[in-house]
Design a protein around this ligand. Sequence first.
Ligand code: HEM
Length: 396
Amino acid sequence: MTTKQSISLTSAEFIDNPYPFYDEMRSMGPLYKLDSFPYPGWYVTGYEEVKKVLLDTRFKNRIPLPLTSKKYERLKEVQNHMMLFKNELDHRRLRGLASAAFVPSKLKHIRYYIEETAHDLLNQAEQKNKMDVVSDYAFPLASLVIAKMIGVPVVERPLFREWSASLIRTIDFTRTRHILASGDETIGVLLDYFQRLINKKKRAPKDDLISMFVKQDSELSEKELLATCILLMIAGHETTVNLISNTVLVLLNHPVQYKALQENPALIETAIEEVLRYESPTQMTARVASEDIKMGESIVQKGDHVYVLLGAANRDPEKFAKADVFDMTRKPNPHLAFGHGVHFCIGASLARMEAQIAIQILLQRMPGLRLSDSKPRWRKLIGFRSLSELPVILRS
Ligand code: HEM
């Protein structure tokens, strides 16, 4: 077991570029124990160890706040009904109901909508010859797609950007009392919003996820239904926005590969997989040990928190040759960007399809695309690799 207290996970340097910090942590061993600030627990940076933790169901998913405290009740109540924070039977039941909507045969229908929306967004941006990839392209695309699938009216979709930003911060290490209080407020608004929408779908069901859930209401409690809607809406776009924006940034920073992808669009699949590895949208997840568990030389004790650094595992040189090099032809590429084991992301196929289409259409239509600002600005989040904006010029 190794302990070192000096690595600051909340510093501006870490937010800018976490990878040297991960290397330093990994050099202390693939499991790294921090005893104090900011979050005491085990930090897992080795690829094999990350996989082991995610496969071992003795490491449980738990909501990030203590259920016993009387604070942030609405936030905790909703999180506590999300499949992401459930284990065993409840998890299997909730996941089984939702994942039926994300199987490849269902996704075929949404493909055309993604293409059409990407073209519409570029038509609008083209007139100004510039855009912010995050707010003018990736966010509207990903949120329109998940809103359509869930059954959220298109006009209400812009509200979700703020709601989502507020909630993502409540599960990140950077959370403060203020962030939690405002997340609790947001949850109150979302509960009202989805309750009204669910009532509407009960009266007049349509071909969407909420209507599908409403028909299965004997298997889902009202609270689970609300929590599932909120989880899918947030998880369904937040990280996909990051994947699309991170891909544009990485490609523009690697002009030779950018050109090669333009000349050979068939490389899009491996290119997106490599961005998932190289700039993983979700950098971290967490578990709690339900009993004493031996991991290599160390004993993780019952109740210990385990922070699983997906972004570090995906740069582990023991697993990936030239791990810090972006190589869009990398194959095989067994990255862990969508997690592993029973909580493996149910939206992985959707996210991959959206990113592949979004990037292909962007490259086809804007061959002269270039960055208008050389320094990327990352949101102050530790668990997510997320650009706050990415201004580009469309045609040189
Ligand atoms: C779970 C990443 C897109 C819905 C996860 C997990 C990761 C992840 C790492 C596992 C968390 C854990 O084990 O603790 C991503 C990334 C995405 C993405 C990087 C985009 C690039 C999506 C989309 C949806 C979605 C589009 C919805 C349609 C979910 C849900 C879970 C999940 C519901 C919980 C699954 C469970 O607990 O069984 N995602 N996700 N995600 N994701 Fe995604």
